[in-house]
Design a protein around this ligand. Structure first.
Ligand SMILES: CSC[C@H]1O[C@H](OP(=O)(O)O)[C@H](O)[C@@H]1O
Length: 343
C-alpha cells in the first residue's frame, strides 16, 4: 500500500503545508491562517512545484477571503490580496492560473459568505482533480516511455510538487505499479537539491529503487548507455511547446538530443500558457545568491562572491519527444497538438 504523501492539507480553517525546506530530516507542517503567510511560504519554497503552488494559492485565496469578508467592498479587497499572492513566484503559470480562477469564482457570488464557501470547495476540488489527473497522466506516460531501461529525471515532480501523486515522478510511480523494468536515475538538482532531498525521500518511502547522481554526471550516464529516456516536469509551457523547468533541464535536453535519447515533459494542461506563443517570453525567476554560496546551511564559496542563480531554463519544443498530459501525449507540432488536447 502506497504511503500517502500530502504536502498540502486544510484543517480547522487553516492551511497546513509540509515544510519541504526541512525534508528529508524532518517531516513538519506549518499551520497558516493568514494569506500573506501563505504567499511567503510559496516564495520561501516551504511548498514548491508548479501544481502544488497552484493548489496552495487556491487555499490562500480562501484565507484572503476570510480577511476581507467584513469589508463593504470585499471584492476589491480580494482582488488586491490576489495581486499580492500573484507576486509570490513568477515562473510557474499554475500560481496565477489558480488565483485568477478563484477571483472569477468569487466575483460570481452574491455575498462574501457565499464566496468563501465557493472558494473553499473549489480549492478542495482542485486538489482532488490534480491527484486524479496525475494518475491519468501516469498511465499515458507509461505507454509513451520505453518498456525497459534507464529513466533519468530531474528535480522533484512527485507528490511534493503536486497534490499528492506527481507528474514526471507520477509516471515513474505508475511504471513501477505496472511492472516496468526501469532503472531510475535521479539528478540531485543543485542548488536547492530537490532531487537529493525530495525525490530521494519520496522514492525511498515508496520502495522504488533508484540511484542519485550529481547533475554533472547525466551526460556520462547517457554516453555510457545507461539512459533510455529522460522525463521531467514543467512550470510553464508555451503554446508552441517550449517548456520552462528547473535549471539544468535544457542541458539535459541538449545531451539527450545528442545521444538520440527521447526527452519527455510531463505536466497537466493547467501548466500550458496558451496565451504565450513561445518560450522566450517566459519570466525566469532569479533566486537569492546564498542558495548557491551555501549548501545544507554551510558556506561553500568565499563570502560575497558574485552569483547567478536562475531557478529555471527553457527547453525548445524541437528537443521534446512528447508532452505527457492528463488527456494524452502531445507530439510535435505542439501548437496544434496542445490545443487539440485542451479541446
Ligand atoms: C510538477 S512541477 C515541478 C517543477 O517545479 C520545480 O521547481 P521548484 O522546485 O523551484 O518549484 C521544478 O521545476 C519541477 O520540475
Amino acid at each position: 500500500m502506497r504511503a500517502e504523501i500530502r504536502p498540502i492539507r486544510w484543517q480547522d480553517h487553516q492551511l497546513l503545508l509540509l515544510d519541504q525546506r526541512r525534508l528529508p530530516a524532518e517531516e513538519t507542517y506549518l499551520e497558516l491562517a493568514d494569506y500573506r503567510a501563505a504567499g511567503q511560504a510559496i516564495t520561501d519554497m516551504v511548498v514548491r512545484g508548479a501544481p502544488a503552488i497552484g493548489i496552495t494559492a487556491a487555499y490562500a485565496m480562501v484565507l484572503a477571503m476570510d480577511s476581507v469578508a467584513q469589508q463593504a467592498d470585499w471584492q476589491m479587497a480580494l482582488a488586491a490580496a490576489a495581486d499580492e499572492l500573484r507576486a509570490a513566484r513568477p515562473t510557474a503559470v499554475n500560481l496565477a492560473w489558480a488565483i485568477d480562477r478563484q477571483l472569477q469564482l468569487a466575483r460570481a457570488q452574491s455575498s462574501a459568505a457565499a464566496a468563501r464557501t465557493a472558494l473553499l470547495q473549489a480549492a478542495h476540488d482542485l486538489l482532488a482533480q490534480d491527484i486524479a489527473d496525475n494518475q491519468r497522466m501516469g498511465r499515458f506516460g507509461v505507454e509513451a516511455l520505453p518498456e525497459r531501461g534507464g529513466i533519468l529525471t530531474h528535480c522533484n515532480t512527485g507528490s511534493l510538487a503536486t497534490g499528492g501523486y506527481g507528474t514526471a515522478l507520477g509516471v515513474i510511480r505508475a511504471g513501477f505499479a505496472a511492472g516496468r523494468d526501469w532503472q531510475i536515475y535521479a539528478d540531485e538538482t543543485r542548488p536547492w537539491l530537490q532531487g537529493a532531498r525530495l525525490t530521494a525521500w519520496e522514492l525511498q518511502k515508496e520502495g522504488i529503487p533508484f540511484s542519485l547522481n550529481v547533475d554533472a554526471a547525466s551526460g556520462h550516464l547517457m554516453a555510457t548507455g545507461r539512459i533510455q529516456a529522460v522525463i521531467v516536469g514543467a512550470d510553464r509551457i508555451a503554446a508552441n511547446g517550449d517548456a520552462a523547468n528547473k535549471i539544468g533541464t535544457y542541458s539535459l535536453a541538449v545531451l539527450a538530443h545528442y545521444h538520440q535519447i527521447p526527452f519527455f515533459v510531463a505536466a497537466p494542461l493547467s501548466t500550458v500558457d496558451f496565451a504565450m506563443p513561445e518560450g522566450s517570453q517566459i519570466v525566469i525567476e532569479e533566486r537569492a545568491a546564498d542558495e548557491v554560496r551555501n549548501c545544507g546551511g554551510r558556506q561553500m564559496s568565499p563570502a560575497e562572491v558574485a552569483v547567478r542563480n536562475p531557478a529555471f531554463d527553457v527547453t525548445p519544443a524541437k528537443l521534446i519527444a512528447g508532452i505527457i498530459t492528463e488527456r494524452g501525449v502531445a507530439r510535435a507540432p505542439y501548437t496544434q497538438a496542445l490545443a487539440a488536447l485542451r479541446g
